[in-house]
Ligand binder design. Structure first.
Ligand SMILES: *Cc1c(COP(=O)(O)O)cnc(C)c1O
Ligand SMILES: [Zn+2]
Length: 447
C-alpha cells in the first residue's frame, strides 16, 4: 500500500522528537479513515482522531519467514531470540537490534488447570499466565515495544497516566533504557501493589487533583508540548508487542489452533492486539484457521459488553466501578480495533459481576496458579459462556491471566477473611487463631 505522507501535520501533532521521514518497513494507518503515515511519524492518532495501527509488509515476509524460524529461535541464546516478544520481531517492530529494549519478557507458562476446568464445566482448560512477565503483567510485552520505539525516536523522557500495571512496567523499562519516566496518577483509590513498583523503579510520580480522564488529558497535552514520548495504550507500538501473547500461545501449542482464546477487556488494547496478531499469522498462512475470541468485561465497567448485547458498535462511555481495578475503564481507547478483531475472530463479549470475578479468582488461586482480580474475569467469563452453551464442554479453551496474584494482596486477604464489604466468600480459606502448644495444634488439625 502506498504511504500517503502528511509532512506538515506530522510536525504539528504529537511530540516533536524525530519529525523526519524514515525508511522503516512498516507504516501507520488510521483505523477509522485508512489515512496512512510514515512508520515512525511522531503521532498517536490520525488527524481525524482515530487510533493508529502499525501495518507490516506481509508480502515481503511471505516465504522468508515460517513457524520453523520462530521455533529455532526459541532454542537460540541470542538476545532478541530469548524474548517471547522479539522472537517474532518481523511482526512486531522491524528496527535495528541495538534499539531494542528487552529484559527479555514473555516466555510465560501455559498451565493445565484441571480443577478450574471442572469448576467452569470444561473437560480441560489451559491458562497462559502473563503475570509471569518481568514486572508481573502482560504490559511488559507492550512496553518493550513502546520503549523500543521511544529509543528509536531518540526520546529521553516517557510518560503515562496510570495507577496500575502500565506505570509499573513503564517505570521499569524506562530505567533499563536510561530514560526518565513520568507517571501521572489520579486522585482516589490507588492500587498500592502497582504504585509501589513505579516508585521503586524510580519513576517521577505526580498525583494530580483530578480523575483518570483528567490525568490522561494532562499527560497528552504535556507530551505534545515537551519532548516527551507518550506510552499509554493509544501508542500503536504497545499493541504490536502485545500481539506476541497470541504468537506464544500458538507456539506453546505446536501451532495447533485452539477453539477459543478468552481474555479480560478494559481499555481494550489487549484483545485488539490478540486479534491483529493472529489475523497476521493467518494471512501469512502460518495457521490454517483462526480461534474464536471471548472478551470479558466487569459488569461495572462494561461499555463493550453493553454495545455487544445491544447489537451496535456505538460505544456509550460508562462511569466505571469494579474491584478489578485493571479493567476499571469506562471509556476504552481501543474500541474500534476491538470490533474489527471481534469480527475477524467471530468473537463474543460477556460481562461478569465482581462476585463472580472473586469466586473465579479463588479457584485460579487454589489451583496453585494465582492471578490478580482482573485476570480472573477470564475464568468467570468462561464459566458463564459454558453455562450459556456458547463454549462447548469439550472445546479446546485457552484463558489468558493478565497479572500476578501479588499485585493486589488486599483483595486476597479480604476475600479469605470474609471482610470484603458487600461480597460473599464461599471459597474462603481463612487462617485460624490457635494457642501456642502442640496440643492446640493437634486439636486444630483434628477439628
Ligand atoms: C491492563 C490490564 C488489563 C486490561 O487490558 P486492556 O488492554 O486495557 O483491555 C487486564 N488485566 C490486567 C492485569 C491489566 O494490567
Ligand atoms: Zn483517520
Amino acid at each position: 500500500m502506498p504511504v500517503r505522507r502528511r509532512r506538515s501535520s506530522q510536525l504539528s501533532v504529537g511530540c516533536p522528537l524525530f519529525p523526519r521521514e524514515t525508511d522503516v518497513r512498516f507504516h501507520l494507518a488510521c483505523v477509522t479513515c485508512d489515512q496512512t503515515y510514515d512508520g515512525l511519524a511522531l503521532r498517536y492518532r490520525c488527524d481525524c482522531g482515530g487510533t493508529l495501527d502499525v501495518v507490516h509488509d506481509l508480502d515481503r515476509l511471505r516465504g522468508k519467514l515460517s513457524t520453523a524460524t520462530f521455533d529455532s529461535r526459541k532454542l537460540s541464546r541470542e538476545r532478541l531470540d530469548k524474548s517471547g516478544v522479539w522472537r517474532f520481531r518481523e511482526l512486531i517492530l522491524d528496527v535495528e537490534p541495538e534499539h531494542v529494549v528487552t529484559k527479555p519478557e514473555g516466555n510465560t507458562n501455559l498451565y493445565e488447570a484441571p480443577k478450574v476446568a471442572s469448576w467452569v464445566g470444561l473437560d480441560a482448560l489451559q491458562l497462559k499466565h502473563e503475570g509471569e512477565n518481568p514486572t508481573g503483567s502482560f504490559k511488559d510485552r507492550g512496553m518493550t515495544g513502546g520503549v523500543t520505539a521511544a529509543k528509536r525516536l531518540g526520546a529521553t523522557r516517557v510518560a503515562c497516566a496510570s495507577t496500575g500495571n502500565t506505570s509499573a512496567s513503564m517505570a521499569s523499562y524506562a530505567s533499563q533504557a536510561g530514560m526518565e519516566a513520568l507517571v501521572f496518577i489520579p486522585d482516589g483509590k490507588i492500587a498500592y501493589g502497582k504504585l509501589s513498583q513505579a516508585l521503586a523503579y524510580g519513576a517521577r510520580t505526580a498525583q494530580i487533583a483530578g480523575d483518570f480522564d483528567a490525568a490522561m488529558a494532562l499527560v497528552q497535552e504535556l507530551c505534545a508540548a515537551e519532548n516527551i514520548y507518550l506510552l499509554n495504550s493509544v501508542n500503536p507500538f504497545r499493541i504490536e508487542g502485545q500481539k506476541a501473547i497470541g504468537f506464544e500461545i500458538l507456539q506453546d501449542l505446536g501451532w495447533e489452533v485452539p477453539d477459543w482464546i478468552v481474555l479480560p477487556g478494559g481499555n481494550l488494547g489487549n484483545n485488539s492486539a490478540l486479534s491483529k496478531g493472529l489475523s497476521e499469522l493467518y494471512a501469512l498462512g502460518f495457521i490454517d484457521k483462526l480461534p474464536r475470541m471471548a472478551v470479558i468485561q466487569a459488569a461495572g465497567a462494561n461499555p463493550l459488553a453493553q454495545a455487544y448485547a445491544a447489537g451496535t458498535e456505538a460505544l456509550s462511555p460508562v462511569a466505571a466501578k469494579t474491584l478489578a481495578t485493571a479493567i476499571q475503564i469506562g471509556n476504552p481507547v481501543s474500541w474500534e480495533k476491538s470490533w474489527r478483531g471481534i469480527r475477524q475472530l467471530d468473537g463474543v463479549v460477556a460481562q461478569v459481576s465482581d462476585q463472580e470475578i472473586l469466586d473465579a479468582k479463588a479457584q485460579v488461586d487454589a489451583q496453585g496458579i494465582g492471578a490478580e482480580p482482573a485476570s480472573c474475569a477470564t475464568v468467570a467469563g468462561i464459566k458463564k459462556l459454558v453455562a450459556e452453551g456458547v463454549i462447548a464442554p469439550d472445546a479446546h479453551v485457552v484463558g489468558i491471566l493478565t497479572g500476578h496474584l501479588l499485585k493486589d494482596p488486599d483483595i486476597v486477604v479480604g476475600y479469605h477473611q470474609s471482610t470484603l464489604e458487600g461480597f460473599d466468600s464461599p471459597y474462603a480459606n481463612a487462617p485460624t487463631r490457635i494457642g501456642a502448644t502442640l496440643a492446640d495444634v493437634k486439636a486444630w488439625l483434628e477439628g
